[in-house]
Write a new protein. Structure first.
Length: 469
């Protein structure tokens, strides 16, 4: 076969690729469908560069290679040389009249699981190695890429530095749920101390280590030197919560800013979220429109809803009053001091305000040790951003910068100060007011794609009893 430089499908379908018209081009990709009439075969080819397929038209008689054509079935991978022409068919601008075809890999129609008909998301999770080849997951993973890129772009454009925080951590007081142990000890022959407990001084790091649940504590160290930093990496939680909003491994974005109070922090969170939604709308509308058409008629309306509304800001205490006065019967009853469940969060966002909501000043007893104590001595300068359909999408706070107050909280919460001596030292030497928050990438992905289950917005989900692929 003649060697011609490959052009991606997304390029070929652009209105402005007329310079290639009537020229011979090469396209490579996976066959979505193949149909035929009389002596013509139509192959819908996709290479993942766009939701749209390019149509390859084969004149069966002129081609004179039935053996090859027989193997061009759904899922097969081929390389095509042919002439780009304007398409007669409706809905597509250009198509390719095939001259030469090379078969890279066949896909036995009796065995290849992704035949044309729609599959359930549950089934597709079982074939996560193949599901990126569906239209739906192609769209989702392109959106995920664009969103990740936009996150870096936003921070870079706003003078934040990307700080890499460790994935293996020696502190277990990050305050965000159970952790996964990291060890090289021989489980069949564990070293014991005299009191019978395991002797972790003989473990790889000479101490107990775990996978991180958050990069925040180290992020604060960075902010108290570089002013504005962000982290963007995987985090791990060993909570046994089998919900549609929780993963055991998920990606978190955590900006941390010196000299920001809680109001600056809220302004940043709102601006950041709106920027990301707008960026995806500006750059992935094809994929969003596909998801809207297939699954969720209100998807783009909901994205616009975020852009056009100012987020409603109120305190936790005010929110509790609203929930109590609502007359609603919630599964989890509300009263001052309880942690809000997503049913409460969604009531506030979807029923009461009909706007995204930022709640602040939560009771100190339901929040982490590092949050700045208010003068009432009962609440802390926490903030949660609540979205429709999702509930909590961001959790953050102004941090306690006062050494004595922070030390007192650490003792009250039974954390060993020796474990966080380095964190405490930032409050001894040149302490400064500072704030930050954590955004779960997959929660935002759920919102932007309209998917119902968090396992469908990450390529290879990790969840209880589930680490295949
Ligand atoms: P939730 O109450 O929903 O479990 P959290 O209070 O434990 O959340 P944080 O510790 O504040 O959450 O984490 C910051 C952000 O990370 C959350 O706002 C959410 O977007 C995301 N997040 C937290 N836990 C998970 C998880 N298990 N899977 C996916 N995203 C998560
Ligand atoms: Mn949690």
């Amino acid at each position: 076969m003649k060697t011609i430089k490959r052009t991606r499908v997304t390029e070929l379908l652009k209105k402005d690729c007329s310079h290639l018209l009537e020229k011979e081009v090469n396209v490579k990709g996976w066959v979505r469908t193949r149909r035929g009439i009389k002596n013509v075969a139509f192959i819908a080819l996709n290479d993942g560069s766009t939701i749209h397929n390019i149509q390859v038209v084969v004149d069966v008689e002129a081609f004179n290679n039935d053996d090859l054509l027989k193997k061009i079935t759904t899922g097969a991978c081929i390389s095509v040389n042919g002439v780009l022409v304007e398409s007669m068919g409706k809905g597509q601008s250009y198509e390719i009249q095939a001259k030469e075809i090379e078969l890279y890999g066949e896909a036995d129609p009796d065995k290849y699981p992704l035949q044309k008909k729609g599959h359930s998301f549950e089934f597709l999770r079982e074939i996560a190695h193949l599901r990126p080849r569906t239209n739906t997951f192609g769209a989702i993973f392109r959106i995920r890429h664009t969103l990740s890129f936009a996150i870096h772009k936003y921070f870079n454009d706003n003078d934040f530095y990307y700080l890499h925080t460790p994935i293996i951590t020696g502190s277990d007081c990050e305050g965000a749920g159970s952790m996964f142990r990291v060890t090289t000890l021989d489980f069949n022959n564990l070293p014991r101390k005299d009191d019978g407990n395991i002797d972790f001084s003989q473990d790889f790091f000479g101490k107990e280590t775990n996978l991180t649940v958050s990069g925040q504590l180290e992020g604060e160290l960075g902010a108290l030197a570089l002013s504005n930093i962000y982290t963007f990496g995987p985090t791990f939680r060993a909570e046994n919560s089998n919900t549609a909003r929780h993963l055991s491994e998920f990606w978190m974005i955590e900006p941390e800013m010196a000299f920001y109070d809680i109001h600056d922090n809220m302004d940043l969170a709102e601006d950041f979220l709106k920027y990301l939604v707008r960026y995806v709308m500006d750059n992935r509308m094809d994929d969003l429109e596909f998801l809207q058409k297939m699954y969720d008629k209100k998807l783009i309306e909901r994205l616009n809803f975020i852009l056009k509304n100012k987020f409603e800001r109120l305190s936790y205490t005010e929110a509790i009053k609203i929930l109590e006065a609502s007359g609603r019967k919630f599964e989890f009853p509300v009263s001052w001091g309880v942690d809000l469940q997503s049913e409460h969060e969604r009531y506030l966002v979807e029923q009461h305000f009909n706007k995204p909501v930022i709640l602040t000043d939560y009771p100190k007893d339901i929040k982490a040790f590092y949050m700045k104590l208010n003068d009432d001595d009962k609440t802390v300068r926490a903030l949660d951003v609540l979205f429709p359909k999702i509930g909590e999408i961001i959790g953050g706070s102004q941090r306690e910068e006062d050494y004595a107050k922070l030390f007192k909280r650490i003792k009250e919460m039974n954390i060993n100060p020796d474990d966080v001596w380095w964190y405490l030292e930032t409050r001894k030497f040149g302490t400064a007011p500072h704030s930050g928050f954590g955004l779960g990438l997959e929660r935002l992905m759920l919102f932007i794609t309209g998917m119902g289950n968090i396992r469908d917005v990450i390529p290879f989900p990790r969840a209880p009893q589930n680490a295949e692929f």
